[in-house]
Design a protein around this ligand. Structure first.
Ligand code: KIV
Length: 261
């Protein structure tokens, strides 16, 4: 089995990553998944926002710190929220706050050509960074406008350039979101740091999904094509709730087993 190294940890390739926003989910994932990401997707997934632009430092600090307590084995990754790394000064100031509160192994930022200077600054300051390229959700107010990238040769070359530059500047991995198979393959073959894909084909060195999508926990019915539902938690939980409601109405719950003499 091929091995892959991120920081000082060795994983068998391809690496696996899922999101966790709460200690209970982190507890389920820890040690079973290589990387656990406290993603700013919590804005839309957990807080019902239309996009991730409303996610704040406080949200990331609170969820990051809560999740951190339950992770002992997997690598911890935390997203920097929208507008907190627009320039070098803000980026490092906010990175330090998140690192202090949540103790992640790596921070993830969404990168375009203009943000490379921020990536470099964080790396120079010894912050471990994952560079998120391709579709970068923080740039979208309306997720319906998201389109797969890398279809044209120009897009493909731009993404390859961005991935190479991220590597040269010291990113520890590149996350590729919603890009064509050809482009993901080209990037993965042309950089030596790991690529982690979401909607970016099996050619990536790793895969990430939002945990809530994996088990159909979220109420959002319109899932992107790249989401695979492994379990219908929504359906099962709905049946359990109906059963509980019936038991309460019929005074079947609580029976003496659940009460105190
Ligand atoms: O915020 C998030 O959960 C992410 C994943 C979609 C990769 O960035």
């Amino acid at each position: 089995m091929k091995k892959i190294k991120i920081l000082n940890k060795i994983f068998s390739k391809p690496i696996s990553c899922l999101t966790a926003y709460s200690p209970s989910i982190a507890n389920i994932l820890d040690g079973k998944i290589d990387l656990i990401l406290v993603g700013d997707s919590l804005g839309s997934t957990l807080y019902g926002m239309n996009n991730t632009q409303g996610v704040t430092m406080d949200m990331m600090k609170n969820h990051g710190a809560a999740v951190n307590k339950k992770i002992k084995k997997s690598l911890k990754v935390l997203d920097m929220p929208y507008k907190t790394y627009d320039n070098k000064i803000d980026a490092y100031k906010n990175a330090r706050i998140l690192l202090k509160h949540c103790r992640p192994d790596l921070l993830k930022i969404e990168v375009n050509e203009k943000k490379l200077v921020v990536l470099k600054h964080l790396v120079d300051k010894k912050v471990n960074v994952i560079s998120h390229i391709g579709v970068t959700p923080q740039s979208y107010k309306n997720f319906n406008k998201i389109k797969v990238l890398g279809k044209t040769n120009k897009e493909k070359q731009n993404l390859l350039k961005l991935a190479k530059e991220s590597e040269t500047l010291g990113a520890k991995a590149v996350l590729l979101e919603c890009i064509t198979t050809d482009t993901a393959k080209l990037i993965t073959e042309n950089i030596s740091i790991p690529t982690i894909g979401i909607g970016a084909s099996r050619y990536c060195d790793g895969q990430v999904l939002v945990f809530d999508d994996l088990i159909n926990l979220s109420t959002n019915n319109k899932k992107p094509r790249f989401v695979k539902n492994y379990f219908n938690f929504n359906k099962i939980a709905s049946n359990v709730v109906k059963k509980y409601n019936r038991d309460v109405k019929l005074k079947k719950f609580p029976s003496t087993k659940f009460t105190y003499d």
